[in-house]
Design a protein around this ligand. Structure first.
Ligand code: ADP
Length: 484
């Protein structure tokens, strides 16, 4: 039996090309949804990283002129994904970041490059490729969001369309001077269309013109309807509240499995949780920390940016050290934060270890060896670090925002008594409340039975894609439009 067909339109997809969580989700959805009898094909720009990996490529559609040059849509496979890749060298045959020039600035033709992605997405949605006629099109983030506009202004019946927000910080605003190139009808220039403060807003258009809007957690879905988190689109989102939904992300629980993780010095499971301590000692040793098993060890694996709130942790650090705590931090980003944590490690090497850079293997060891993982984000659409931490038995200490609020159960008295707590939450993201939460966590370490329970609860919570996949499948089935 052939299942529901969905076209996923994405500007990045793991493992081919990735700058953020969007790539992880776009890469994970097809396999997760296959179990729900949903067949997802992913449309991506034909960057060199994609074209190099594409096998069994067949031309599925062609354009004489797609935003300034000829283009082909190639159907093929790469890294286990069923792809359509847009082979348009004038738009995508550029090495490095999908969005930025080597000098770190946006490509000047990003408006055209991602309008092209949306245009092709809509064309496939409208039946351009006989062999794959999707009943639903899902457009991810601003780069794909014009798909909803192209579908809505087409003169044919269209499939259902959902726009998914992974990151509200980027919205794709361009001057109205690009409008004639987009190939949309004049009536699209409207507050109910693509117009945004006198220019063209790609994400705005997607939010206005989609059947459904999703984002990556229920709490973030609520938050973005407020001025504090809505980044100037909260008003529009409030008018569409009835179609906004949050679906948390999952993690790959075969990659993140402490029982089989080959990168760990010591494998362990919920049944053999006591063996976990060997990873703690290995982590302390590798980070140059005093290898004392009784000292509470906090872990951080994160981009160092304002969003992540690690300036708060830096301020709270002296109090932690005074109570005998240690910190193992892996991250990179903001030079001020890099300098701050490096200085802390230099002055107290027994207590603070800091590795700057991106290191998958060390990330796994921190998750497997730290007593707690700290995620003090100011905002967090979903967050993956805390999901890994739950799975690895390192109770997360998190700000109660976005996906952090939805995935961690605070060890308050009621949750502890009911035996369901998985971590510690605090709010707001401020030094005082973080300090209070850290002290609560340190208190918990004095009661091994409570700490063990927290760890086991986390390890047994389902952070896989299975639950989210069911929710996406239900959503897709809700927006199938009747055949005309
Ligand atoms: P974001 O996408 O905002 O950076 P997420 O928590 O959603 O944050 O996803 C980031 C993922 O990348 C997490 O799994 C995190 O642990 C991992 N990560 C972040 N920084 C590093 C690093 N320096 N080395 C290894 N993994 C990292």
């Amino acid at each position: 039996m052939s299942g529901l067909k969905v076209l996923s339109v994405a500007s990045e997809v793991f493992p081919l090309i990735k700058t953020g969580g969007l790539a992880d989700v776009a890469g994970a959805l097809p396999a997760a949804l296959a179990r729900e009898d949903v067949e997802i094909r992913t449309l991506v720009p034909g960057y060199p990283a994609v074209m190099a990996k594409l096998v069994d490529a067949q031309q599925a559609h062609a354009y004489d002129d797609l935003f300034g040059g000829p283009a082909r849509v190639l159907g093929g496979k790469a890294a286990g994904l069923d792809l359509f890749a847009i082979d348009a060298p004038h738009l995508y045959d550029r090495p490095g970041s999908p969005y930025l020039r080597p000098n770190g600035l946006d490509w000047p033709d990003n408006a055209q490059r991602f309008a092209a992605l949306a245009r092709v997405g809509a064309d496939i949605g409208l039946g351009a490729i006989d062999a794959f006629r999707p009943q639903v099109v899902q457009a991810h983030d601003w780069q794909a969001a014009l798909t909803a506009a192209y579908l809505n202004y087409a003169d044919r019946s269209r499939p259902g369309v959902v726009t998914t927000i992974h990151n509200m910080a980027f919205q794709g605003h361009f001057p109205m001077s690009i409008f004639p190139e987009l190939g949309l009808p004049p009536q699209a220039i409207s507050i109910d269309g693509i117009e945004y403060f006198g220019g063209v807003g790609y994400l705005k258009a997607g939010l206005r013109l989609s059947d459904r809007i999703t984002t990556v957690s229920p709490t973030y879905a609520r938050e973005i309807m407020t001025p504090e988190f809505g980044m100037a689109l909260d008003g529009l989102l409030r008018t569409r509240a009835a179609v906004v939904q949050g679906i948390v992300n999952g993690i790959d629980d075969t990659v993140w499995n402490p029982a089989t993780d080959v990168t760990l010095p010591q494998n362990y499971s919920a049944l053999r949780i006591d063996m976990r301590v060997r990873n703690k000692i290995a982590l302390q040793t590798q980070m140059g920390l005093a290898p004392e098993v009784d000292r509470p060890l906090l872990g951080v694996v994160s981009r160092l940016s304002d969003q992540k709130g690690l300036d708060l942790l830096l301020q709270a650090l002296p109090g932690i050290i005074a109570r005998g705590g240690q910190l193992a931090l892996l991250g990179s980003g903001d030079p001020l934060l890099e300098g701050g944590f490096t200085a802390a490690a230099t002055s107290r090497p027994d207590s603070v270890g800091c590795v700057l850079g991106y290191d998958e293997k060390l990330a796994h060891l921190i998750q497997a060896g730290a007593d707690f993982i700290v995620v003090p984000s100011r905002f967090e659409p979903c967050g993956l670090t805390q999901l890994c931490a739950l799975r690895y038995g390192a109770p997360p200490i998190v700000a109660r925002v976005g996906g952090l609020a939805d995935t961690v159960i605070d060890a308050n008295e009621a949750a502890t008594a009911a035996g369901v707590a998985t971590g510690v939450q605090f709010y707001p993201a401020a030094v005082e409340s973080l300090t209070y939460a850290l002290n609560r966590a340190l208190d918990i370490t004095r009661d091994p039975a409570v700490l063990r329970r927290l760890r086991l609860n986390g390890m047994r919570s389902d952070v896989s894609w299975r639950g989210p996949a069911k929710r996406y499948a239900a959503l897709y089935r809700d927006i199938i439009r009747p055949a005309e």
